[in-house]
Design a protein around this ligand. Sequence first.
Ligand code: ZN
Length: 147
Amino acid sequence: MEELRDLYQEVIVDHSRRPRNFRVMADATATAEGYNPLCGDKVMLYLKLEGDVIRDVAFQGSGCAISTASASLLTESLKGKTTAQAEELFEGFHKLVTGSGAPDKELGKLAVLRGVREYPMRVKCATLVWHTLRAALKGERQPVSTE
Ligand code: ZN
């Protein structure tokens, strides 16, 4: 179990140091901004939607290792998914990091963030980009705040 935990940390550190899809998307069809005042994490999320399929995802921002890794992992998980599948992933991920139940879906790489549940302060770091995703999909214009 200890080994598994180390492995997870390795993935988190890797994604926080070399975030994937970390760029501005000029032709995004949906965007949203999120802020976690507790930690100072900021994220700008870009989506390219074709109908209800997420063709491309990118983000920019600055924050702690957990928020950056979570955003990076989100971008990798969402490409090619429908907005309904994205919502299911959100729900599963939320259960995973808050420890409020077993996700009904296989979460793939997102599961590396399950250790966050032991650090309540960090849950908002991990979920910020997901709340931002939901706002982008709903077309909300107000920046999302975790507070
Ligand atoms: Zn943070």
